[in-house]
Design a protein around this ligand. Structure first.
Ligand code: PRT
Ligand code: ZN
Length: 285
């Protein structure tokens, strides 16, 4: 039986969330330390644990069919592979930063200057698109110290909280790329692996929907039910169950996280009482 082969970061910022995603999708496996690969116990999935920088190449070569990698790495490596889903973790931005005392109005201010980065390809494209000629100085780590030691005038590096820039006396001046972890795939996955990928994507989608929604239960007098139904979006229409007390019912529905508080307020205004909000584990519609 053919497996779908997935590449995951061996250790680092995306490792734990990648593992968590697969486990929440109901895939069981043992991922002991220092393992290079493992096979899931209850799903036709084989996992390779690799450095994130290597993942795009492995996918392009078909050693792995799919992989979880930061969009920043994907864009930098520029391989012939595609994004099949965005995973909402590992969020960060690739930004230009300069010493905080340096004046900066636009990218043009960096004309002829030296910019240190681990992302030379993305930076080169960005400079070209903006018609700026600057010297790109590629370094593989601790980019943030480059201006302080006189190696560069500016940097282009990943930022999440901004505290690394702050503690190195730098200010963020321009976002080059917004990034999150994505599921990338080879362009010619074998047919059977493609079927397994569809199953995996279906599960991931159900998880995402569940996370974005809450199950909501409330009691209401029967004469207010119509008003409450107007407030509730629901998947179709709310479930209404009579309570033991005459003239009252219990209403059940699903509410999106984004409009949640607004809806709760309106429900109260319309006579809902004893409102319970419950997380949803999986949501298939
Ligand atoms: O060993 P391997 O090569 O696999 O890992 P790595 O060391 O190259 O990558 P790793 O684990 O550091 O990051 C993996 C991915 O996580 C990145 O490619 C991004 O997609 C994503 N990510 C999210 C980040 C950050 N947030 C992040 N803050 N990657 C790096 N950083 C670094 C940044 O380089 C800077 O040094 O964190 C520092 C800034 O953080 P703040 O919070 O101080 O702004
Ligand atoms: Zn790396």
């Amino acid at each position: 039986m053919q497996n779908l082969k997935i590449a995951i970061q061996k250790s680092g910022r995306l490792h734990d969330d990648s593992i968590k995603l697969l486990k929440e999708a109901g895939i069981e496996f043992s991922n002991g330390m220092n393992k290079l690969k493992t096979t899931a116990l209850n799903f036709p999935l084989e996992m390779f644990f690799l450095r994130d920088d290597d993942i795009p190449q492995y996918i392009e070569d078909g050693v792995a069919d799919i992989g979880i990698v930061g969009e920043n790495v994907l864009m930098e490596k520029n391989k012939n592979i595609k994004i099949v889903d965005r995973l909402s973790f590992g969020q960060c931005r690739l930004s230009i930063a300069v010493p905080k005392e340096k004046s900066f109005h636009s990218l043009k201010d960096l004309e002829g200057q030296k910019i240190a980065t681990s992302y030379p390809n993305i930076l080169r494209r960005h400079l070209q698109n903006n018609g700026v000629k600057a010297e790109i100085h590629e370094i593989s780590g601790s980019v943030e110290i480059a201006p302080g030691i006189g190696l560069a005038d500016a940097i282009c590096d990943l930022v999440s909280s901004g505290s690394t820039l702050f503690s190195n006396g730098l200010k963020e001046t321009e976002v080059v790329l917004k990034s999150e972890a994505v599921l990338a795939a080879n362009n010619n996955i074998p047919t059977l692996a493609q079927v397994i990928l569809e199953k995996l994507l279906f599960r991931i989608k159900a998880l995402r929907k569940a996370k974005n929604n809450k199950y909501i239960l409330m009691n209401a007098p029967n004469d207010r039910i119509q008003d409450i139904i107007r407030v509730l979006p629901g998947m179709k229409s709310p479930t209404i169950v009579p309570l033991a007390i005459e003239g009252w019912s219990s209403l059940h529905s699903v509410v999106n996280e984004n409009e949640f508080w607004e809806i709760i307020e309106k429900l109260k205004e319309n006579g809902a009482q004893g409102i319970l909000v419950v997380p949803i584990e999986k949501m298939i519609i």
